[in-house]
Design a binder for this molecule. Structure first.
Ligand SMILES: [Zn+2]
Length: 125
């Protein structure tokens, strides 16, 4: 079976509450969509993933460090994660969805997160 993914993580809750306060309407974890996106904005045909920097390999991010030991375990595992992310994104795009990612490290600062989300939404309409 598939991976076990944490639901309702702190970064996810931060994104949700920010979207709420911006008056955006969304649904959570639509299981009928590839990758079960964390937030789905039907009006904008937008799927938003909130990705942990380590697990999803945020490029150039300090939190996406490479483990020092058990590389034979970690490297294939992390590679599979990014592969699956790419597959999910391609499948969603093929279904006519737009796909955006908010990284965990971008949710730590409230103002920065608000700017990021506003930027995403502005580009949509
Ligand atoms: Zn990051």
């Amino acid at each position: 079976m598939g991976r076990i993914r944490a639901r309702d993580t702190k970064p996810e809750l931060a994104v949700r509450s920010q979207c709420h306060s911006m008056g955006l309407r969304f649904r959570l974890h639509r299981k009928d969509l590839p990758g079960s996106p964390d937030l789905v904005f039907p009006k904008h045909r937008l799927c938003l993933f909130v990705h942990g920097c380590f697990w999803h390999r945020h490029h150039g991010c300090q939190y996406a460090y490479t483990p020092k030991s058990r590389l034979e375990f970690w490297l294939p595992k992390l590679a599979r994660n990014t592969e699956r992310d790419k597959e999910n994104e391609a499948a969603l795009v093929a279904l006519g969805w737009r796909v955006m990612v908010v990284w965990e490290c971008e949710t730590r600062n409230k103002q920065a997160l608000q700017n990021k989300l506003s930027g995403i939404i502005e580009r949509l309409d």
